[in-house]
Design a protein around this ligand. Structure first.
Ligand code: AP5
Length: 207
């Protein structure tokens, strides 16, 4: 399919986890603004210094910063046939800016209630070498990887509540915005990782 796909949903809904199957099925590269910002923070770049405080407080990084980041990334050659956005756009101004840069053909919204989110996020562990996402209960890592896994600094209960509040105030209205455009597909994100993957695959096949 032509155009880009947006993976939409609250923090910890499983966007990063489910991105893999969409990349496999469509060949579109994944663009995660969260990963790009974390990489900037760990490099200590100007962008990283600006973003760090917002991220650690669970607040959204200002729109102009994010839009500039995306404009630069979309100039790269692998983005010419559309991409998979993960965690972007997150506000209506971001979505409006995006519509002036590239065509969004589909939005896949992974729906998970707030009460499931805190457990998912607090138990998340990441492999810094491969980027693979694990969960202490729902997707336990193999024992040989356990020692090198890391926990994100913003994956604590207090910050998750702030991130959820930012999601409800600033991001959730964007779901209605895309729904009114007729391009939003809702997926029940409360099943197991495999069950959600099956629903995501079905949604991608129907695009
Ligand atoms: P970002 O990195 O985008 O974080 P997020 O949206 O909060 O999403 P997460 O990465 O936390 O969750 P996910 O949906 O990918 O879930 P995952 O698959 O890992 O953003 C971080 C920060 O950067 C923001 O707070 C903001 O400050 C800034 N930022 C980023 N983009 C921005 C933007 N566009 N504008 C402004 N600011 C921006 O799964 C979570 C856990 O659950 C894992 O452990 C996983 O194994 C487990 N899991 C997944 N699926 C299931 C399942 N079905 N059942 C049980 N467990 C599951």
């Amino acid at each position: 399919m032509r155009g880009s796909i947006v993976l939409f949903g609250p923090p910890g809904a499983g966007k990063g986890t489910q991105a893999e199957i969409i990349v496999e099925m469509t060949g579109k590269p994944q663009i995660s603004t969260g990963d790009m910002l974390r990489s900037a923070v760990s490099q200590g770049s100007e962008l990283g210094l600006e973003a760090k405080g917002y991220m650690e407080s669970g607040l959204l990084v200002p729109d102009q910063v994010i839009i500039g980041l995306i404009e630069d990334r979309l100039r790269e050659s692998d983005a010419s046939n559309g991409v998979l956005f993960d965690g972007f756009p997150r506000t209506i101004p971001q979505a409006e800016a995006l519509s002036g840069i590239t065509e969004v053909s589909a939005v896949i919204s992974i729906e998970v209630p707030d009460e499931d989110i805190v457990n998912r996020i607090v138990g998340r562990r990441m492999d810094p070498e491969t980027g693979e996402i694990f969960h202490v209960s729902f997707k336990p890592p193999p024992p040989e990887l356990e020692n090198r896994l890391v926990q994100r600094k913003d994956d604590n209960e207090e910050t998750v509540r702030m991130r959820l509040s930012a999601y409800h105030d600033q991001t959730k209205p964007l779901g209605d915005w895309y729904s009114n455009m007729g391009i939003l597909t809702k997926i029940d994100g409360t099943g197991s990782i495999q069950e959600v993957s099956q629903s995501v695959a079905k949604a991608v096949r129907s695009l």
